[in-house]
Design a binder for this molecule. Sequence first.
Ligand SMILES: Cc1cc2nc3c(=O)[nH]c(=O)nc-3n(C[C@H](O)[C@H](O)[C@H](O)COP(=O)(O)OP(=O)(O)OC[C@H]3O[C@@H](n4cnc5c(N)ncnc54)[C@H](O)[C@@H]3O)c2cc1C
Length: 364
Amino acid sequence: RQQFSLLENIQMSRFSASFLRDINEHLGVPSEPPIDIQFQPSGYLFLASPESAAELEANVQLQRAEGAQVVLLSPTQLKEKFPWINTEDVAVASYGLEDEGWFDPWILLNAFRRKATSLGVQNCCGEVRAFVTSANDVIPSEPESARIKYVHIYMRDSLEYQPVACSIVVNAAGAWAGKLLEAEGLPGELCQPPLPIQPRKRYVFSWHCPDGPGLSCPLLVDTSGAYFRRDGIAGNYLGGMSPPEDEEPDPSDLSVDHGYFQEHVWPRLARRVPCFESLRVRGAWAGYYDYNTFDQNGVLGAHPRLENLFVAGGFSGHGLQHAPAAGRALAELVVHGRFESLDLHRLGWARLGQGEPLREGGLV
Ligand SMILES: Cc1cc2nc3c(=O)[nH]c(=O)nc-3n(C[C@H](O)[C@H](O)[C@H](O)COP(=O)(O)OP(=O)(O)OC[C@H]3O[C@@H](n4cnc5c(N)ncnc54)[C@H](O)[C@@H]3O)c2cc1C
């Protein structure tokens, strides 16, 4: 989607959309089949209450200034375009006309992997559990910075680890990126401030509703925070809602609380789309948001004290669409020592130390 409020997030979306449009130029491998990420074009439709209308309108201005094709709809226009929506308490809506939709993340991941392998990258699949740094070499041992010399990688079903010497380390461990920086061998005093990224469980529910919105259904984000979209063309839909901070579910496993749909999500959906009153739940699953508890935006850049460590994580529910831009930006930092395509320095570590969160108003 193109609809964010933070300039960097909009720019990353624009970059990624363009990258995905030309994906075969970027990631195609001669003699291999072309990549089809199964992109389903469909606008996002954000609904705003009277209290949040001004903010939504300001966001759209910024998105348009960056080249995004987003329109504002009055309640009357909204009702004309999507007659199945109950527009009660909606002051204004924003709707994306281009470069929005959904695609298959697994295909994208494998396309990146296949391209990297074709260019000579060697994959080693295991878990990093410990680090060896230059801090251990220094006497007295209270250095102000250090380099990571080795990571210890544990292969699956093996008690032995493989020490891998490294000149550059990129922590892109998703929801576990924060935990990784607490691993054995990293001097605690050099890992301040901690990386505030943790797993937060999010449910996705799937339902059938033959009388539902149908083919014209966008990805709708309600004033209540509940969202849904069409899933195929056979009357199926999927959606969910992030819980309030004080009602976060226990993230220790990926079990689904089906009552959450019944009590919290369904009533909101049915209020906004009355035909959903008769929906039939088909299934549900859970996954982990790579949740940045500081400001729910990605952390991208060089670590302040571990000289050869870079981080790209904490994208908190919008990391898939920003992955091509984040990868490009990080590669530029590593190779050229500066951002070239997009200036993403505000997403760096400095804001964590300075206690200056970046606010994103378009979180789902
Ligand atoms: C329900 C749900 C819906 C979402 N919807 C969207 C959406 O609509 N749009 C969007 O853009 N994003 C969405 N996201 C978020 C998106 O999936 C993430 O932001 C994105 O996958 C993060 O990518 P990543 O590469 O940083 O981390 P990941 O994809 O999580 O990859 C991290 C990898 O690091 C590995 N790892 C962890 N620890 C270690 C270790 N110690 N050693 C070695 N490897 C390790 C993990 O096994 C994993 O393979 C959604 C997430 C969820 C859960």
